[in-house]
Design a protein around this ligand. Structure first.
Ligand SMILES: [Zn+2]
Length: 286
């Protein structure tokens, strides 16, 4: 339930800003499933609003050309830059050689504040991690249960925040999720999001062992119901400060390190074949 912001001077605790760190938006071109066909936001937005979700990180669905998909996401973010925050989707394999340019364009032109990659497209590469380091962006990387790579990446890029969706496995691979908690306990730059996690006690254990500053509320919308995903975090029954970190504080902190969108974009190379035309978008509120 949404708690109305307190009036000044009443001494009540300010309701935290609730930010969904993981929602897809736009059009895919694979046509093999919902994940690469379309991510329409209509129902999601109504449900998120009703649940009290204030802001949402948007990223593309699967696509054969993420320069195209990111541009579409930028257009959606521009419709309500106070509510939306964009992440740049890259394919570590297909975009090899142009990742730096794509991410640079996404930051300076679109005001994007993070990177998204998926094991379905390819394993995370040094090129992607270097771009994250260069622009001080968190990387939302879904390893599809192959969490062992996170163990290798984290110490190589200790200054990069790796946010692992679904506690490591959308497919409910409890062993992978348990392994990720171990990895998180060893490496302070590894985070997890709560989207789609069904084994509730693994979430409880993740918070207990890593602390509330390492878990981020996410929904994997529009395909999962944001209110249901939010209820799961509320059900952890955490003290208000800890809950506020998970619900938005951590995401706000991790995305605050990126530079603001530059007025002068001429120094940044343009992304490959599909992003030659800049998109006029407003700078997001934060
Ligand atoms: Zn997702």
């Amino acid at each position: 339930m949404r708690v109305d912001p307190p009036r000044a001077g009443r001494g009540r605790i300010q309701a935290p800003t609730v930010i969904d760190c993981h929602c897809h938006a736009g059009t895919g071109d694979g046509l093999t499933g919902p994940w690469d066909t379309a991510a329409p936001l209509g129902k999601y937005l109504a449900r998120a609003r009703a649940a009290g979700i204030d802001r949402t990180v948007l990223l593309a669905p699967f696509h054969s050309d993420y320069a195209v998909a990111n541009r579409e996401v930028a257009g959606i973010v521009a419709t309500d830059p106070k509510r939306f925050l964009g992440f740049a989707f890259v394919n570590p394999v297909a975009d090899a050689g142009r990742v730096a340019a794509m991410v640079g364009a996404a930051v300076t032109r679109y005001g994007f504040r993070g990177i998204k990659a998926h094991r379905h497209d390819g394993r995370l590469t040094r090129e992607v991690c270097a771009a994250a380091r260069r622009w001080r962006l968190p990387v939302l990387y879904d390893p599809m249960g192959e969490v062992s790579q996170i163990e290798l990446l984290a110490p190589q890029y200790p200054d990069v925040a790796f946010v692992v969706p679904h506690l490591g496995s959308f497919a409910d691979d409890w062993a992978a999720q348990r392994s990720l908690i171990d990895i998180m306990a060893r490496h302070r730059n590894v985070y997890a999001d709560t989207s789609g996690v069904r084994r509730f006690d693994l979430l409880v254990e993740a918070v207990r062992r890593t602390g509330p500053d390492r878990i981020l509320f996410g929904t994997d919308g529009p395909w999962l119901h944001p209110g249901v995903e939010l209820a799961k975090v509320r059900a952890l029954g955490l003290p208000p400060r800890a809950e506020a970190l998970i619900l938005g504080g951590n995401l706000a902190r991790l995305t605050s390190r990126a530079p603001r969108r530059s007025r002068d974009v001429s120094r940044v190379p343009i992304a490959g074949r599909s992003a030659r035309r800049p998109v006029a978008v407003a700078t997001p509120g934060r």
